[in-house]
Design a protein. Structure first.
Length: 83
């Protein structure tokens, strides 16, 4: 990563999700979890928020929107808390 708490590219975010890493991050001040703890890929407000389930990484990046923008368009705004 280019610094300690940011992805250097959309591909790095995608690869991290594809590898099955549990990602905890902040997006616009809210804490999120991205991962597949029970086999289904999900994103949820962390630690106990309801999650949205997606078919695969591309589905998540293209279709999950925060403040009206898909994750693929706001990856630079993601601050990594832990991975």
């Amino acid at each position: 990563m280019s610094d300690d708490n940011k992805f250097k590219s959309l591909d790095e975010l995608k690869d991290s999700i594809d590898m099955g890493l549990d990602i905890e991050c902040f997006i616009y001040g809210d804490r999120y979890y991205i991962g597949a703890p029970k086999g289904d890929l999900l994103i949820a407000l962390s630690p106990d928020g309801d999650g949205d389930i997606y078919a695969d990484t591309d589905d998540l990046l293209n279709n999950h929107k925060i403040k009206g923008k898909p994750l693929k368009d706001i990856w630079k705004d993601i601050e990594i808390y832990s991975m």
